[in-house]
Design a protein around this ligand. Structure first.
Ligand code: PLP
Length: 401
């Protein structure tokens, strides 16, 4: 038996803030009513701000995997189209598998799961594809299995340099609302996301932000689809409605989540995630453990995957932390199962939540007998204090003038 709140420090689902829980605690309303239409319009328009797009965003009652499927079935044609993907980790591998199941040929560039997608490699592949047989480049922005982000702006620039007409489709499932992401500015054609990470909602909503070019592709591709058809969604969405029963109470929560993100300011949200991630890495370095991601410019602001010393099992360690300190850490997935644990620091996470989580990790390392240097929490504190002192002094200035 544990007292107090469970620490859900996995990289999504992330903890749902009380404010969002309260916003969802509402009677279900008639989804054909004017009251619903106002909610529908508010969340559809609000989502555009989070994706940083002026184009349409559709919201499916689905997990992120459903939103992946929507991106594929609306743009690609089975037995005809080829796509370029990069093996950044477990989720890129699953998206690739899904494309294959839909009859899409995948050129899957191998990776070592320790960095993001390489823009130069993508550029070289596209430059060599003079026949323009590659229909889309599909990349995972924040690879949740490894804690490495891909530099989407650089990938866009690489594609542009080749003048290749391929669509750019990006999985923003664990980055949206936590890591800077600009659908329009980076000319992304389909951005795929979901509710349970940066939006801080329970699982159950899948998102596609759609460019004009992607919508044009959806008019000529020949993949059978029904539930995930964009046009079926977009018609009623224009008036705030959905073609089938929407996840009404999650939409109440979404309205609140968008308000919270915009009140804090997206740039402040992104900076907070960067700061918490830096503090986490400071702790890991002090412990003498290794961060899985090897490329500093690609360190994830959302999660940190930590490698276990040889001879120590990450899942056993996670069990010790859960049993003793009531905290869930993320498991290593597929190739890195048992070899890494993941610390989520996204969504409703602040300095003290993070320090609590890092304290649980540090105590867990001791209890589990994992060799490490003490003082990781201390290192994180020092890093977080620096910022607090800056804020405190600027606050004093405001007060004294
Ligand atoms: N892509 C990424 C990057 C993810 O992190 C996840 C889930 O964690 C998925 C796809 C699959 O999303 P879902 O589990 O919501 O279907």
């Amino acid at each position: 038996m544990h007292q107090g709140r469970h620490f859900l420090q996995i990289p999504g689902p992330s903890p749902v803030p009380d404010r969002i829980l309260r916003a969802m605690d509402m009677p279900v309303i008639d989804h054909r009513s004017a009251e619903f239409a106002a909610l529908g319009r508010a969340v559809l328009e609000g989502s555009q701000k989070v994706f940083q797009t002026k184009g349409p965003v559709v919201i499916f009652p689905s997990s992120g995997t459903g939103a992946w499927e929507a991106a594929i079935v609306n743009t690609l044609s089975p037995g005809r189209d080829k796509v370029l993907m990069v093996e950044t980790g477990h989720f890129a591998t699953l998206w690739r598998q899904m494309a294959g199941r839909f009859g899409i040929e995948v050129d899957f560039m191998p990776g070592d799961w320790r960095r993001g997608a390489d823009p130069a490699q993508i550029e070289a592949r596209l430059a060599a594809d003079t026949a323009h047989s590659i229909k889309a480049v599909m990349v995972v922005h924040n690879e949740t299995s490894t804690g490495a982000t891909s530099r989407i702006a650089d990938i866009r620039a690489a594609i542009d340099r080749t003048s290749h007409p391929a669509l750019l489709m990006v999985d923003t499932i664990s980055s949206l609302g936590s890591v800077d992401y600009r659908h329009d500015e980076w000319k992304v054609d389909v951005s795929v996301s979901c509710s349970q990470k940066g939006f801080m909602l329970p699982p159950g909503l899948g998102f596609n932000a759609i460019s004009e070019k992607a919508r044009a592709a959806s008019r000529t591709n020949n993949m059978p689809r029904s539930y995930f058809d964009w046009e079926e969604m977009l018609k009623p969405n224009a008036k705030g409605f959905f073609p089938y029963t929407p996840a009404t109470n999650l939409l109440y929560g979404l309205r609140e989540a968008i308000a919270m993100l915009l009140e804090e300011g997206l740039d402040n949200v992104f900076a907070r995630h960067q700061r918490l991630a830096a503090a986490t890495r400071a702790a890991v370095n002090q412990w003498g453990l290794e961060v899985l991601c090897q490329e500093p410019s690609e360190f994830s602001p959302v999660l940190t995957a930590v490698m276990m010393p040889p001879g120590h099992d990450a899942d056993q360690f996670r069990k010790v932390v859960l049993d003793n300190f009531n905290m869930s850490l993320g498991a290593g997935l597929s190739k890195v199962a048992g070899k890494v644990f993941r610390i989520g620091h996204l969504g409703e996470c602040n300095e003290l939540t993070l320090l609590g989580a890092l304290t649980g990790v540090e105590m867990g390392l001791s209890v589990a007998g994992v060799p490490h240097r003490p003082g990781g929490v201390e290192a994180a504190m020092r890093l977080l204090e620096q910022r607090d002192q800056r804020n405190a002094s600027s606050h004093l200035k405001v007060v004294s003038t």
